[in-house]
Design a protein around this ligand. Structure first.
Ligand code: AMP
Ligand code: MG
Length: 402
């Protein structure tokens, strides 16, 4: 099989990725970040009634005709209404009701005067100026008209969406079900942090790096731990997830070593889509299907697993979950540090990109087996095949990872 480009590999994976269609209803406070499955429209106008925007007195503006500081109008105060109460009687011309912010404007009233602008004494107020029809007045539906579109099918729900939908009384929202993504690492050398390190062993970093990356992106992965370097046992375990997962991610075991078991796994439980992608690091990635489940086997070197996750897996996550926000962005930047190696093939190196200045800095370590520099990186520099050493000041393509 010939090596394919990153773009071809992504296309092959996307060809086997079906947007999730199952819909579930979730309580409003569990809907953040979920993808809305229906257009949401306002079932009533909001605010639901005409109301006061301030603390003051409400009455018919007509009663203040001709009022001046020298010749103010006096109105008898016949009642009081706080927000949440409802003053059911009609207010007759020449009288007023004390009203608080958010209180419903009673029948017979069409304006509100600020409490600080009038004098209250002996059961009445003295109004020193004319008020206009609808002065200091909030109309029903002035925020949202009945039937207005509040959020669209396919939108990722933000805190603002949820606030708006709460204001219209929705307790539950129809959203697409979550993507079911399982993740495991292969490697007999791996131990989980928390156990003492035995000779020859290393701690499993990929599992934590990639499962945390999935969570950073708002996914909720099934984190399965370590698969043995035994193709039969690993295949049996992965096959168990065919009905439970949409996507199965593994790291390790994809190259040509004696323990590179993923080839055997794919032969036993699936159909291979590709092996080897023209990129460094991470070239030996495998794409496969097993029943309706899509599998992506990433190479084991920590930075290689990370780079292939970002470049091959993210587009798949975005399509499955209908979340364009998961896709990477591209920019141009200027290297602040030299990159002394030639790049025979297309190469991706970790970097920090300053969006304000376009300055790209490189950590000291960039080998695919090292991880330590990653914490301060937010981007890859993409170096085309056939590029010689890069000097500081060179213009480069940058893949933004946030
Ligand atoms: P592999 O692709 O399985 O041959 O692994 C390549 C290199 O990455 C080896 O040095 C492995 O020990 C290392 N490696 C594989 N998986 C992990 C992992 N989950 N965490 C840290 N290092 C790993
Ligand atoms: Mg291995």
């Amino acid at each position: 099989m010939q090596d394919i480009s990153v773009e071809q590999a992504v296309d092959m994976l996307l060809g086997r990725t079906k947007e999730i269609e199952d819909v579930e209803r979730v309580p409003l406070d569990h809907a953040l970040g979920r993808v809305l499955a229906e257009d949401m429209r306002a079932p009533f106008p909001n605010p639901p009634f005409d109301r006061s925007p301030l603390d003051g007195y409400t009455f018919a503006a007509e009663a203040t005709k001709g009022a001046t500081e020298r010749d103010p109008v006096r109105l008898a105060v016949v009642g009081e209404e706080c927000a949440g109460a409802f003053y059911a009687k009609r207010v007759v011309l020449g009288t007023a009701v004390r009203i608080m912010t958010g209180g419903a404007i009673p029948a017979g009233c069409d304006c509100v005067v600020r409490q600080e602008d009038v004098l209250f004494e002996a059961g009445g107020i003295t109004v020193p100026y004319e008020l206009h029809h609808h002065e200091n007045y909030c109309f029903a539906g002035e925020d949202v008209a009945e039937g207005a579109l509040l959020a669209r099918q396919g939108e990722e729900l933000s805190a603002a969406h949820i606030g708006v939908l709460a204001s219209l009384g929705f307790a539950e929202l129809p959203v697409y079900r979550r993507l079911r993504v399982a993740i495991a690492s292969t490697g007999d050398e791996l131990m989980l942090p928390g156990t003492p390190l035995a000779p020859g062993k290393i701690y499993n970093s990929n599992l934590y790096l990639l499962s945390s990356r999935l969570r950073e992106m708002g996914f909720d992965p099934m984190v399965l731990g370590i698969l043995p370097d035994d193709a039969e046992r690993a295949a049996a375990l992965i096959a168990r997830y065919r009905e439970k997962a949409d996507l199965f991610l593994t790291t390790g075991g994809v190259s040509v070593g004696k323990k590179d078991i993923m080839h055997g796994v794919v032969k036993t439980i699936g159909e291979r889509l590709f092996w080897r992608v023209c990129m460094k690091p991470g070239a030996p990635a495998i794409g496969y299907t097993s029943g309706t489940m899509l599998g992506i086997a990433l190479s084991g070197n920590p930075f290689a697993s990370y780079a292939t996750f970002e470049l091959l897996v993210r587009p798949v996550l975005a399509k499955f979950a209908r979340r364009a926000s998961v896709l990477v962005h591209h920019a141009r930047g200027v290297l602040a540090d030299a990159f002394p190696k030639k790049s025979l093939g297309r190469r991706f190196i970790r970097a920090h990109f300053d969006a304000g200045t376009g300055r790209v800095t490189l950590p000291e370590q960039h080998a695919s087996g090292t991880l330590s520099g990653l914490a301060r990186c937010n981007a890859f520099v993409e170096i085309p095949a056939g590029t010689s050493a890069l000097k500081a000041g060179a213009e480069v393509d940058v893949v933004l990872l946030k």
